[in-house]
Design a protein around this ligand. Sequence first.
Ligand code: HEC
Ligand code: HEC
Length: 198
Amino acid sequence: MKKLVLALTLMAGMAEAESVVVILEITEGSVSREEGLAHWGRIYEVASHPRCSNCHVGASGVPMWSGPSYGEAGPHGMNVVAGESRIGAETLLCSTCHGQANSLLPHGPPGVADVWQLPPAEAEWFGKSSAYICAQIQDPERNGDRSIRDIAEHLDHDLILHWAWAPGPGREPAPYSLQETVNAIMAWGAAGAPCPEG
Ligand code: HEC
Ligand code: HEC
């Protein structure tokens, strides 16, 4: 079983998309702390939106079904658990239902041209406060050892995140646009990445 999990985890390596947005260089210190906090507020609106936070759950490995299209928020139906593999290798693979494209019907499984999976448990955002998510995103120990610029580039290159702005029929897309979110991250970083009080 261990071998199988390893092989599947390797298969699940993220596909890197071509650059789709422009990463603006903003001079360090040219954005005030106050403006920086306003930029963080926009980033938090995106991060806490159901199209992002339904996947960004913690160690339970249970994805969420939440947002207006789901009515009442609750755990993913059908006892789905991602496990340590984060792709469901221990029980039922996410890819059994989540294919390479969105289902054409509302309430069908969404999909992308990459392996549908949960992020590492440290990137837990669902139900977390703005201050908590802010601290997590800038902590190299919990964000995959990324600088703020790396985070912006991750948004540019990761197909799974692009899905949040093109989630298929019946689902509300994440707020703003990918470009606006990347701009907000770069401007927030130039302000020294300030976080709201806990
Ligand atoms: C048996 C089929 C099936 C399996 C297996 C499955 N899903 Fe789903 N998933 C669905 C369906 C169907 C929906 C959409 C439900 C709806 O819109 O009412 C969905 C929706 C989701 C959503 C919510 C997307 C949104 O709208 O924000 C997430 C997150 C998700 N699945 C993650 C996973 C992960 C991670 C796995 C593997 C651990 C997985 N799913 C396994 C069928 C499945
Ligand atoms: C289908 C599930 C899924 C959805 C939806 C999703 N993510 Fe993620 N996210 C992942 C996975 C998997 C990783 C780990 C990839 C990696 O580190 O290379 C990740 C990692 C990240 C990271 C880097 C790690 C960190 O902790 O900071 C950021 C930033 C991020 N996602 C932002 C977003 C944003 C913003 C959205 C919504 C616009 C979003 N994600 C929606 C699965 C998802």
